[in-house]
Write a protein that binds this ligand. Structure first.
Ligand code: CP3
Length: 357
């Protein structure tokens, strides 16, 4: 028995609050996903990715799959960031191997002005329903993370209509009609707020905001079109009686770590292009840090993977406030056995963290 009461049931939440833990907690972005054969089987049964998201029973089933195999310290709701634009009527689909597509991308100012805030207990009810079901199934074993896309990242997908490398449409809108983009971001900020509040009310014990495309903006544009709404959300979300922690992951935005650490979030997700030691200095202890192993390390031999884990842990250094994760999602062709190597290495080496000083 460890002197610190922080077993698997609560070491993730304790680390988010920068309280001492017995070892470093770990969960992995996209931990329920295509690298698991049982996920692929359930998805096949569902018929499509969106059917999987819209069925609370199937979403619960795939949420539990990685936890049945590995000693992960948190579950993450199985869903997608694009449920909000789908509920706004943009007609979301996922073609095999092509990523998301909207049948009706936002290309006119008129279309933007017609958007409304979807009701999270109405057209999005399948999401809080899944949260309620998963909490029951988890039965206190590990905490459940809810999530949403950031307003900026959702706007990128809605205006572009799908994945892009150029961001031509959204940036043209940003420069030619900044007020229209602000109007879109305002509706999205309200939508994300009530969506996350509904997940918290349904039982989510932490929430994460994915700003996957924050890093494509120049610094001034980032502050105006991404950071401002992340701050608004971190400050205005009703976190409920348990004061649910908020994690913000603004991918590729390492130049803004100082600013991000002051918006009122409890933790920041960090990608692997900045060292955790440096990130820790620049964020001044104001937030916990979540990350940041290069996801490609999952292709390395088990012994090399363990070494990389050791380096990430040492870079963070001693003291609380670290949640181990990859710097972005686990990729579909990773051997699932590597996840066991990763989780065991984090827990084993994380117990020796006090020796790192
Ligand atoms: O396990 C988990 O992390 C929870 C589930 C989860 C999914 N998507 C499931 C999913 C989470 C948290 C997301 C977030 C998400 N979705 C983000 C933010 C994180 C990031 O990657 O930056 C983004 C940008 C999306 C949008 C999205 N959804 C894309 C671009 C794609 C296609 C990419 C791909 O890998 O094919 C998806 C589909 C998606 N979302 C899958 C999963 C498991 C794969 C769908 C399938 O089964 O084919």
């Amino acid at each position: 028995m460890s002197p610190i009461d922080s077993g698997r049931h609560n070491r993730f939440l304790r680390a988010l609050r920068q309280q001492p833990v017995d070892t470093t907690p770990i969960w992995v972005m996209r931990q329920a996903g295509r690298y698991l054969p049982e996920y692929r089987a359930t998805r096949q049964r569902a018929g499509s990715f969106m059917n999987l998201c819209r069925s609370p029973e199937l979403a619960c089933e795939v949420t539990m799959q990685p936890l049945d195999r590995f000693e992960l310290d948190a579950a993450i709701l199985f869903s997608d960031i694009l449920t909000i634009p789908d509920a706004m009527g943009l007609g979301l689909s996922f073609a095999e191997g092509e990523g998301p597509r909207f049948a009706y991308p936002l290309r006119t100012l008129d279309a933007i002005s017609r958007l409304g805030v979807p009701d999270p207990e109405g057209e999005l009810k399948y999401v809080p329903d899944a949260v309620r079901l998963i909490r029951r199934e988890l039965d206190g074993s590990v905490p459940l993370i809810g999530f949403s896309g950031s307003p900026w990242t959702l706007a990128c997908y809605m205006v572009e209509g799908g994945p892009t490398e150029k961001f031509a449409h959204i940036k043209k809108l940003m420069w030619d009609h900044p007020q229209a983009l602000h109007q879109l971001l305002e509706v999205l900020t309200q939508s994300v707020q009530v969506y996350l509040e509904a997940q918290i009310a349904a039982g989510a014990q932490a929430v994460m905001i994915f700003d996957s495309w924050g890093g494509v903006l120049a610094p001034g544009d980032y502050r105006e079109f991404s950071l401002a709404n992340l701050a608004k959300l971190a400050q205005s979300i009703n976190r409920g009686p348990d004061n649910v922690p908020i994690i913000v992951f603004s991918r590729g935005a390492n130049g803004h770590l100082e600013a991000l650490s002051q918006i009122g979030a409890d933790a920041l997700g960090v990608d692997w292009t900045v060292g955790l030691g440096e990130a820790r200095k620049r964020t001044g202890g104001r937030v916990a840090l979540q990350g940041n192993l290069d996801p490609a390390a999952m292709y390395a031999a088990p012994e090399s993977l363990r070494q990389q884990v050791d380096m990430v842990l040492r870079d963070y250094g001693t003291g609380p406030g670290h949640i181990f994760n990859l710097g972005h999602g686990i990729t579909p062709d990773v051997n699932p056995e590597q996840m066991r190597v990763l989780v065991d290495a984090v827990h084993e080496l994380g117990r020796r963290r006090d020796l790192f000083a």
